[in-house]
Design a protein. Sequence first.
Length: 299
Amino acid sequence: MSTIDDVVALASAHDLHLTPEGATVIEAGLDYRVVLASDDAGRRWVLRLPRRADVTAGMAAETRILDLVAPALAADGIAVPDWQLRTPELIAYPALPGAPGLTLSDAGEPEWHMDPASPGYAARLGRLLARLHSITPEQAAAAGVEVRSPEQVRQGWRDDIAKVRAEFTVAPEIAEAWAAWLADDTCWPDRTVMTHGEIYPAHVLLTEDGTITGVLDWTTARVDDPARDLAAQYGAAGEELLQATLEVYAQAGGHVHPGLVAQARNLWNAFPIGYALYALVTGAESDRATAAALLNPQS
């Protein structure tokens, strides 16, 4: 694993001159290690180091995503990363204003820097998502961003579940719940929208008064089910605060189909599927063991 000195030297090789003093490492991300460091003028920089080759392969796609969403969110004063250095081994951009609402301690425990059940955050999240989801599939396609139709979204989950069941033992009650979800027409969207895919407070930057100033980590963004961006709000704050988010979302122009709340709940409960797929990508025995425990908790 690279030390801070190694990372600073790597940045210097690309004419980005930083100092190791005061630099910090964030290990929470599944795809990237993150280092925060300052240059000689005191400007703070974010350095992202990919953990695997498949992450590096997705950099060009994320660049297209950032170019698409940046002007839309800027209209509401919300920033996204402006990559000023992109190589296979390093991404660097000036730190955005604000601080994450959630970080992990050195022991891996969540540390909240905001109240996830805050009505104010629920309202601000609703406005943010309405703005993001207003980007049309046609605009995304023209920008070279992945677009999935409602039918492709549902089939994608069928395929993912089949892949997981082929590789892991899944508890019967979990498999039955998945089957019922796939068969329930009311849950699935009648339209798809531009989504972030991992909107939760660790990726949302806030000021002390709760204003949202930026959104990080667009690796999984694409045109997809709008519930992708609401699942974490359900998980962190519950259905009442999710409804509060959706009220503001609708007022700001977001489309709320009848099964959206249920779908957000289903996607939150589908976390073991995503983790199992991640374990298959990494191939790490520890990841496989964690996935196996999630999928068959009584074993």
